[in-house]
Design a protein around this ligand. Structure first.
Ligand code: SF4
Length: 459
């Protein structure tokens, strides 16, 4: 199985990769299935059943909206975020949905999207079943999908045989563990970023790889900039006020004050992370990195590199993104990047680990230092639970990204100071993360039934 950098870094919309991006892609994939089966023209209505975590926190995460958009033919990287409210308003008003924008079907969101909050499908907590009917309510086609984190969607058959969509592309440098990756780096005399670049060439040209990485970084930067500008209150019952614009104003209007404060760089890193995650919570355009809930950490640390590290350049940005994705692949292959499966250690923890290793690579650290930074980035996130208040990707998610970004920078600094070996390997910490996630009670895995979600009173 081969995973690309562009599978991990996907341009999409907020607020959640597993609960918004994945379900939208599932809806779109179901559409394609209707066409493949030759029943598209006979469909009179569709019902969608949501199970487990998707049912419990789906409303706060916009799962129902994402499914309607997917069935309408939209994809997360192409939909215009500004057009979403209008499209949904028309469906709710007319109780009709234009399948793929071409065929009107009966669709009342309250009746045709069913939340099974006490049931879980067998293979993953984020399960959904789509069923299409003809005008006489005869079933035409039905499909189960699982949104397994990071916007990845698998159908029932794939989920049984493998966790991710099977891509059998032969890579020049296949690796499954960090130990293999380090050994490959040593024997080939290539950096981890160079190994990833060679692997990417199995799918696309060098020009396309660089253009793809540029597009990812540009989208991340635009998201930071929008988040610094956009004011107001985030959607949802919590009425959370955006903080990034005030932080930005304070930092830019009081440069002298910032100069006197030796820790003002931390304020900038906090700002970048808050800006991205507030945009994510508002359903705006973000890059899944490796999930939406944790989408602020990598942009914050990469912007820190670009703005505050001497010698920063475009090649350093490439090294950062390629190396971070190699680390993300290790987690996707050997553990999980889904909060519903292993708690927030699989989202903020993984993003912190990826960013820590990416920063070491950008600063031209050795492969062993990258591995150590990535290990430190996860080691101090082990056991981190997922308990979003009100089922919204806001509290604790937004601030947690700021904390994750700072932790990643610190992990890279610790690793860069070391010459020798360290006690805990990245492979060990990934294994531990997976086992800790398996032991974690279900209520701490994106259900909003434990932790802060039950101890904070919603206004
Ligand atoms: S607590 Fe963490 S895993 Fe849960 S929704 Fe928020 S960012 Fe995602």
């Amino acid at each position: 199985m081969a995973i690309s950098t562009f599978d991990l870094f996907k341009i999409g919309i907020g607020p959640s990769s597993s609960h918004t991006v994945g379900p939208m892609r599932a809806g779109h994939r179901f559409l394609l299935g209707l066409e493949e089966k030759g029943v598209f023209d006979q469909v009179a209505t569709v019902t969608v059943e949501l199970y487990g975590s998707l049912a419990l926190t789906g409303v706060g995460h916009g799962t129902d909206k994402a499914i309607m958009l997917g069935l309408s033919g939209e994809l997360p990287d192409q939909v215009d975020p500004e057009s979403i409210d209008g499209k949904l308003m028309i469906i709710k008003r007319d109780l009709r949905l234009m399948l793929k924008g071409q065929k009107a079907i009966e669709f009342d969101p309250k009746k045709h999207i069913i939340f099974f909050r006490k049931k879980v499908l067998p293979l993953h907590s984020n399960g959904m079943r789509f069923i299409a009917y003809d005008a006489r309510y005869n079933e035409l086609h039905s499909r189960v999908y699982y949104s397994i984190g990071g916007g990845f969607v698998v159908n029932e058959d794939t989920a049984k045989e493998d966790r991710l969509k099977k891509d059998t592309t032969a890579l020049p440098y296949p690796f499954k563990t960090a130990a293999e990756l380090l050994e490959m780096s040593r024997s080939s005399n290539l950096s981890i970023a160079e190994i990833m670049f060679e692997n990417e060439k199995a799918w696309r040209s060098e020009t396309e790889i660089r253009a793809g990485l540029d597009r990812i970084w540009q989208t991340m930067k635009e998201c930071i900039d929008r988040g610094c500008r956009n004011t107001g209150v985030l959607p949802g019952s919590l009425k959370v006020k955006r903080r990034a614009p005030d932080f930005y104003k304070d930092l830019t209007q009081n440069p002298q004050k910032a100069l006197r404060d030796p820790l003002s760089i931390l304020d900038w890193v906090n700002l970048y992370a808050l800006a991205v995650n507030e945009e994510n919570a508002a359903g705006s355009r973000v890059v899944t990195a490796p999930t939406n809930g944790a989408a602020g950490i990598i942009p914050a640390v990469l912007r820190y590199y670009e703005e505050f590290c001497s010698g920063a350049d475009q090649e350093g940005v490439y090294r950062f993104l390629l190396t971070a994705s190699a680390i993300g692949i290790l987690y996707a292959e050997n553990a999980s990047i889904s909060g519903a499966e292993v708690g927030c250690q699989g989202e903020v923890g993984v993003a912190c680990s990826m960013a820590a290793g990416g920063l070491v690579a950008a600063l031209e650290g050795r492969s062993s230092q990258i591995e150590e930074a990535a290990e430190i980035g996860m080691e101090h996130n082990l056991g981190l639970t997922c308990d979003p208040v009100g089922g919204l990707v806001q509290i604790p998610c937004i601030e947690r990204n700021a904390m994750g970004a700072i932790k990643a920078i610190n992990a890279s600094r610790i690793a860069l100071k070391r010459e020798g070996t360290h006690h805990v390997s990245l492979d060990s910490v990934i294994k531990t993360m997976r086992a800790t996630g398996a032991d974690m009670k279900t209520k701490y895995k994106e259900t909003s039934r434990g932790g802060l979600a039950v101890n904070v009173i919603e206004c």
